[in-house]
Design a protein around this ligand. Sequence first.
Ligand code: COA
Ligand code: ZN
Length: 308
Amino acid sequence: MSLPQKVTINEVILRDGIQLEDKILSVNEKQELVNLLYEANTTNLEFGSFVHPKAVPQMANSGELFELIKHREALNLVALVPNLKGTENAAKHGVKRVNFVFSASNTHNLQNVRQTTEKSLERLKAIKEFCDNSDIKLEVSIATSFGCPFEGEVPVKRVKEIVKQVIELRANLITFADTTGMANPKQVYEFVKMMRESFPEQAFNLHFHNTRGMGLSNILAGIEAGITSFDASLGGLGGCPFAPGATGNVCTEDVVHMLHNMGIDTGVDLDKLIAASRRLKELMGHELSSYVLKAGKSNRQYKIPTEA
Ligand code: COA
Ligand code: ZN
């Protein structure tokens, strides 16, 4: 197998991870999680979003959180934004990296950010201009890239056309998101290969949900197609509140565990990451879908039972 030496993990627990949770974390609880992730050598963190507080109340304290964690220079902090207003709000708090999200499928975009895909693309131009003038790095996430819970199949041709338009605006990174875990490994491999061949200069990142248990396999397919940057969420929490049937992101500690066992470096301290996940479980007050948290690492050895 031909594998990269290093893979970058973008932690999304504080954005995607908690946006479907009933419990709303206080800014201090979020800060505690950031500190634990930082101690585990997390380098890329999507810490929240600047969306309407009524749409996703779990994200309402994102600006306040940023003020508390921005001193951590080793952390690349990025905030999700759905429009110019959100980008301006992020800028007011001094955020230097934003991730503009919209969906390849029109129906999901209307549900999520209440505008057509075409309108989002049109508005992206103004956002790019604002970011350039404010010294903010702009990244772009294309939700439902591998399928839509309302429309079903999303034509690859359509996604490719969207990517072309985004690239013309010179985004730093384009994320393909599998919002409701519809992608399969063969699809991911062929999709990514085609995108990389079509846009060889562009950096891509992948965002998988484990809704149908294909998350880790999809990451492996992405790696085989040449991708070395992936989103993942501590404890496997997550899901889009405006996509029916959405469930958790691929779980960070499971991804890191798999990659380390394969000899691929992530820079992350897995034991400390597992400790952070344990704390997350306490904070959320329910079990997490993480395999490694339950089973321990694969080198765990049990005592041979002795007869009583
Ligand atoms: N943050 C906070 N408030 C915002 C905002 C933002 N990013 N964008 C718009 N608003 C406010 C406007 O100021 C306006 O307020 P007012 O009524 O007090 O004047 C109001 O919202 C309506 O503005 P409009 O531009 O018509 O927005 P909308 O009603 O079409 O909503 C979104 C669009 C994107 C703001 C909203 O749908 C949203 O926040 N969705 C959440 C998406 C999300 O987080 N999904 C999960 C992650 S993928
Ligand atoms: Zn997601």
